[in-house]
Structure formats: C-alpha cells, structure tokens
Design a protein around this ligand. Structure first.
Ligand SMILES: C[S@@+](CC[C@H](N)C(=O)[O-])C[C@H]1O[C@@H](n2cnc3c(N)ncnc32)[C@H](O)[C@@H]1O
Length: 256
C-alpha cells in the first residue's frame, strides 16, 4: 500500500457547515473566522484529491497542509460468502463498523442492489461510512463518484485502507465530518446506517443534499422506530421497506 495522508483543507464559504466542533474527534476542526473552517480529508494522492474537491465542497480552498498517517494493522478478508456481495471486494474491519455481518448493513446492501439495478445512480453520499463497505459495494456496481463521511478518525483511516486495497481511490473522497459537509443538490443517492437520533437530526437535510428525485437508504433503526417516522414531513416518500431480525431499513425518495 502507498502513503496514506490526512489532508487539512481550509475553506472559505458563505454557507459554512455546522460541524460538530464540540466533539473530541473534531478538536482539530478549528473555525478560523465566521466563514472559514478546516476539514480533514483522507487520501493517498493529494493532487488527485484536490482536483476533485470542488465537486463536493461549497466555497473556496484557501490553504492546505498534510499529516502522514500510520498504517493500521487490520486483517483484510474477502467478503464473498459473508454476504453475497462481490467475489472481488476485500475489507478490513478491525477499527470500524461494517463487516457486512450486521443486519443493518445487510439491509442496506439489499436495498443498494435493488436501487443500482433499476436506477442510474452516478453520485453517492455515504454518511457514517465506517469500513467503507456500502461505498465500496456501490462502486463495484458502477457508481461513479462517492463522498464518504465519518466522524470517527479510525473509521476514516480504515475506510481509506479498504478503498486503496480495492483500487477505488480515484472515485471516492473520504472526509472526517458529518452530513453537513456535503454540497447541496449534488447526490443521486444517500446511504445512512446510523442511530435513530442521528438519522432524525439529518433527515431535514436529505432533500437539500439530493438532486431531483434523488433517493435515500436509511438503516440502523428498529421496525418500530422506523414506523414512527413521518417521512413526508421531511419532504421524503417511503418507497420500500425491508426488515430483518427486528431491524428495518427504508428506501426514500425526495418529493417534488
Ligand atoms: C452503524 S455504523 C455503519 C457503518 C457502515 N456504513 C455499515 O453500514 O455497516 C455507523 C457509523 O457512523 C459514524 N457516525 C456516527 N454519527 C455520525 C455522524 N453524525 N456523521 C457521520 N458519521 C457518523 C460512526 O462513527 C460509525 O462509523
């Protein structure tokens, strides 16, 4: 594996994302001025990443600096057999969630398969990427560009390792951030396998992040929790529901 780097990007924007500055993971996330902030990206090739950043970032890049990352000692396993995923994808999940064995991940994979066989999905925002499993699966089925965000440092690092090991580094951008980092009206599909309260906080942003008729895959909730969400009040229509062992995942579409 080549070099792994954390690239800090100082951005000036009229619409600075409300990043969770109070969280320990974001201590480095200094807001320099009301309209300036710093975002850590994870990459293996800085120049290549910089050429693609404007696709996902609102605002102007003012400054960048780098920090080399130590490789993790995770064990990389083939996913074939664990879930009927792909013969070729290999994943390490020592420091992150997303081995494909948890029902919440499997439900997302099932919905991803449905969506990617019936719709032309070019851009994906994978929120809470963990090991990067959903992003990698989507890329293996032909999605062209992915923004993968996770608030956890080690998850971002392991996701980058997995991306590099599967040679998808030119199609994905990994950022240590929450959903607010995404550029508006940019995504055909959002995947979010997260805790209920986190999902509820994010739902109002989904229609803003999605393109017209864009789709969302929401997982991490129990059947009862999902049943209580009034998707229409968030500008979304529930199109399909899948359940397994008390967990539920929904496919939603942006209304209007
Ligand atoms: C249940 S795991 C899902 C991993 C993988 N996407 C999967 O489906 O198996 C949730 C991930 O979301 C991250 N996370 C939690 N809250 C978040 C937030 N507000 N924004 C971005 N990521 C978040 C966690 O660090 C964790 O890696």
């Amino acid at each position: 594996m080549g070099k792994m780097i954390r690239l800090f990007v100082r951005v000036r924007s009229k619409r600075p994302p409300q990043l969770p500055l109070d969280m320990p993971a974001f201590q480095e996330f200094q807001r320099i001025a009301p309209d300036e902030f710093v975002i850590p990206f994870f990459c293996s090739n800085i120049n290549e990443l910089l050429t693609r950043l404007q696709d996902v970032l609102e605002g102007e890049i003012i400054e960048t600096w780098v920090e080399p990352l130590q490789l993790l000692e995770g064990e990389s396993k083939s996913l074939h057999g664990d879930i009927t995923l792909s013969d070729s994808l290999r994943l390490s999940t020592t420091f992150s969630f997303g081995s494909g064995k948890h029902p919440t991940t499997r439900l997302c994979i099932d919905l991803l398969k449905e969506v990617l066989t019936h719709r032309n999905i070019k851009t994906l925002f994978d929120i809470g990427t963990g090991s990067g499993i959903l992003a990698l699966f989507a890329l293996s089925l032909g999605v062209e560009k992915v923004l993968a965000a996770d608030i956890d440092f080690n998850s971002c690092k392991e996701a980058l390792m997995n991306v590099v090991n599967n040679s998808y580094q030119e199609k994905i951008i990994i950022v240590q951030a929450n959903h607010l980092v995404g550029k508006r009206n940019s995504f055909d599909l959002i995947t979010a396998n997260l805790l209920k309260d986190t999902i509820i906080k994010m739902l109002p942003e989904f229609p803003l992040l999605l393109k017209k008729e864009g789709l969302g895959i929401i997982s991490g909730l129990t059947e009862e929790q999902l049943g209580h969400i009034d998707f229409q009040s968030f500008g979304l229509l529930l199109q399909l529901l899948k359940t397994e062992s008390g967990w539920a995942a929904g496919l939603v579409q942006k209304l209007g």
